[in-house]
Design a protein around this ligand. Structure first.
Ligand code: NAG
Ligand code: NAG
Ligand code: NAG
Length: 326
């Protein structure tokens, strides 16, 4: 008698739980598709991107840009000389002496930083593009514009463009393998974020006072994403006729992409996961961030010297488990 009552109660609890879950799930997906929101508001604007090149490396994709498979553009601040060096020494070294890949660092200008130092770095590595806009977090969208302009002016015909932050580790061989399989056109590829609500707290790093809508359009997470080369001209033109919004990823891969009718492709290899220096994890990953210079170098030396084997894999599984439970 007691046991059947208990059973009934359990069944009731479980059923209620399941129904509540289904209800919440349905409500969640009843949220309108965010793309349709863009038409509710005018994002029209007319701007120019007339910043001057301080350093341009205009010949970097020459003489035949259409023979280049991947143009890597790394966002870095003018002051981040050591960070750039870490990229050059680690995953970025695979781009050196590679006829199909080019790697450049995109910089703005800071008056307090000795320009001569940047010049010397540029003359040594020939991988720096610098425009004269003020280099700041709020100006990152200008930096994206600089990438689009550079690719459109000097690298027309390249197959893909990778935008990546300087603290991201890229598994370049895997990325290239995946892009060759995909053969995508008219697309932005990355870690897709859907139906995100803008931050309305003025203290937030991502505070969106000027964004007029309830949701962001779907967009690719900013630290690393890929554009197919066929759309850079179109994106650049549309970007200049779209109201400036300082969150670079929302702007380029969300608002402008949507206005330019470019598709967004999700790839699970692009991640926003926290740094775990795990060489096995990277086997099927394209990107990870944020890494310090030391972690970047550590990871690179491990990947180079010790490929992922079953014993290493088990070690990291255990290591990550412990790490995750903290
Ligand atoms: C690129 O730099 C070179 C050398 O400094 C300069 O002669 C050329 O005018 C620059 N090109 C542009 C488009 O700024
Ligand atoms: C690239 O090639 C140059 C000249 O052949 C060579 O000195 C240099 O070590 C190479 N760099 C890398 C990273 O392979
Ligand atoms: C962005 O760059 C422009 C051009 O250099 C500059 O006038 C402006 O102050 C910068 N804005 C911020 C917020 O850094």
């Amino acid at each position: 008698m007691i046991t059947t009552r208990l059973k009934k109660k359990q069944i009731f609890t479980v059923t209620t739980f399941v129904f509540t879950f289904i209800l919440i799930w349905r409500l969640y997906y009843a949220v309108p598709h965010p793309n349709s929101f863009l038409s509710e508001h005018s994002f029209d604007d007319a701007r120019t991107h007339s910043y001057k090149y301080l350093i341009n490396e205009s010949g970097i994709c020459g003489p035949f840009p259409d023979k280049i498979f991947l143009l890597i553009t790394v966002f870095s601040r003018t002051s981040e000389i050591k960070e750039r060096m870490a990229v050059r020494k680690t995953w970025g070294s695979l781009a050196v002496n590679n006829t199909e890949i080019r790697l450049v660092f995109m910089l703005g200008f800071r008056p307090e930083i000795n320009h001569q130092e940047v010049k010397i770095e540029s003359e040594k590595y020939h991988d720096i593009i610098q425009e004269d806009f003020y280099d700041s977090y709020r100006n990152l969208t200008i930096k994206s514009g600089a990438i689009l302009r550079f690719a459109n002016t000097f690298c027309q015909g390249v197959k893909y463009i990778l935008k990546v932050d300087v603290d991201v580790f890229i598994n370049l061989p895997f990325l290239i393998e995946e892009l060759r399989k995909n053969n995508g056109k008219n697309m932005v590829m990355g870690h897709t974020l859907k139906s995100l609500v803008p931050h309305r707290n003025p203290k937030s790093k991502w505070y969106a006072e000027s964004y007029p809508l309830t949701y962001y359009p779907n967009y690719a997470s900013g630290p690393s994403y890929v554009l197919s080369g066929d759309i850079v001209g179109k994106l650049f033109r549309v970007a200049l006729t779209t109201k400036y919004f300082y969150l670079e990823d929302v702007f380029v891969t969300g608002i402008v992409r949507e206005r330019a009718a470019v598709k967004l492709v999700h790839h699970r290899g692009f991640t926003c996961r926290k740094p775990v220096v795990d060489i096995c994890w990277f086997e099927n990953q394209i990107s990870g961030h944020p890494y310090t210079i030391e972690q970047m170098i550590d990871m690179w030396s491990k990947i180079k010297d010790k490929p992922c084997t079953w014993s290493v894999r088990i070690y990291y599984m255990w290591h990550n488990l412990v790490d995750w439970s903290r």
